[in-house]
Design a protein around this ligand. Structure first.
Ligand SMILES: [Zn+2]
Ligand SMILES: [Zn+2]
Length: 169
């Protein structure tokens, strides 16, 4: 259960578990593609008048391509989440807290799932840390072997030398 009734929270901590499907509207417009449902765990509890702390976790995988060699890949994503939900008016100005309406009847931890997922997904995917990428000249995957093109640094020096010759003329 990822939407918890405040009356239930008044009685004590509540387990928050649930799977959010890849196509859930919650994940619209995120700029990455989920490969698996988002598995959510954790516990929500009241920590004061109108204040609720969620200690949760999320687990999923995203699909994309290696930014160097463009190989399609899926990368696992996990995050531990500590989130404060608050009905206090100050919460509206607090970037660290998720504001709740004064007349809220439930805490919906999915809001925090979305935010934390955005933070947890790597900005760039790489198939491996030492991926050699594609040759900028012929496009060969350099992980499969050298293509025989001159290295990019040599090209730069050649261009520079040619430019100097030109200027001298
Ligand atoms: Zn790669
Ligand atoms: Zn090449």
């Amino acid at each position: 259960m990822l939407q918890v009734d405040l009356r239930e929270l008044a009685r004590g901590p509540v387990e928050t578990t649930g799977d959010l499907a890849v196509g859930d509207p919650l994940f619209e417009g995120l700029g990455f593609v989920l490969a698996e449902p988002v598995v959510v765990g954790g516990k929500l509890q009241a920590t004061g008048e109108g204040r609720f702390y969620w200690h949760g976790s999320l687990r999923t995988a995203v699909v994309g391509e290696c930014r160097r060699c463009l190989t399609p890949l899926a990368v696992g994503v996990r995050a531990d989440v500590g989130a404060l939900f608050s009905q206090e008016p100050e919460a509206l100005d607090d970037a660290e807290a998720y504001p709740l309406a004064p007349d809220a009847v439930e805490v919906d931890v999915r809001v925090a799932v979305r935010e934390e997922l955005i933070l947890a997904v790597p900005r760039y995917l790489e198939c491996r840390v030492d991926c050699r990428g594609l040759c900028p000249r012929c496009g060969q995957d350099l992980n499969a072997g050298s293509c025989g093109c001159p290295p990019a640094t040599d090209l730069r020096w050649t261009a520079l030398a040619a430019l100097k010759d030109k200027l001298r003329d």
